[in-house]
Design a protein around this ligand. Sequence first.
Ligand code: HEC
Length: 158
Amino acid sequence: MSVCCARPGYRPGPGRKPLPHAATVALAMMLAGCPAETDLHVDNNNDNKVVSFANDVQPILTATCAGCHSPGGGADRFGIALQLTADVSYGLLVNQPSVLGSELTLVVPGEAASSFLLEKVSSNPPSIGDRMPRFAPALSLAQIDLIRDWIKQGARDN
Ligand code: HEC
């Protein structure tokens, strides 16, 4: 396991050496060239806010993704079926296979680390293709947290 996959949430058991101070871990990740968002397990907020797909997640998709992920857009022309416009995005994300990797699922309800959507916006680079949004700055950690929490809370159409 590379330092990129170190889990800050890990608590050492008896007899194990305690983890280095969080700042040391962050520094080690920087030195290793790993952006902090590479780790899908990091939850940056820890609050219990219920995330709404319509009110919290879809506005991110509409603002930063739907231009390409809609008929005639860059993703469509690339052969990616995933449209991220408000009317169709939910049904095309949840429990749907990825075009890029047939063994991958875009959103697995409750399982953020198994959801390719989260990997595509939080890993740079992801296991296949470019980090999304393509050719644009990454989503903020707060936006990534909303998507992660929505998936962890069951990826509901709420
Ligand atoms: C500039 C155009 C563009 C933008 C903006 C964009 N995408 Fe993409 N997206 C693509 C292209 C092209 C691909 C296929 C190539 C790749 O993955 O690098 C893709 C692939 C994907 C895939 C993989 C789909 C599959 O079936 O495997 C996901 C998931 C994805 N994008 C999500 C997003 C999200 C979420 C956003 C917004 C945060 C976004 N994209 C913004 C062009 C774009």
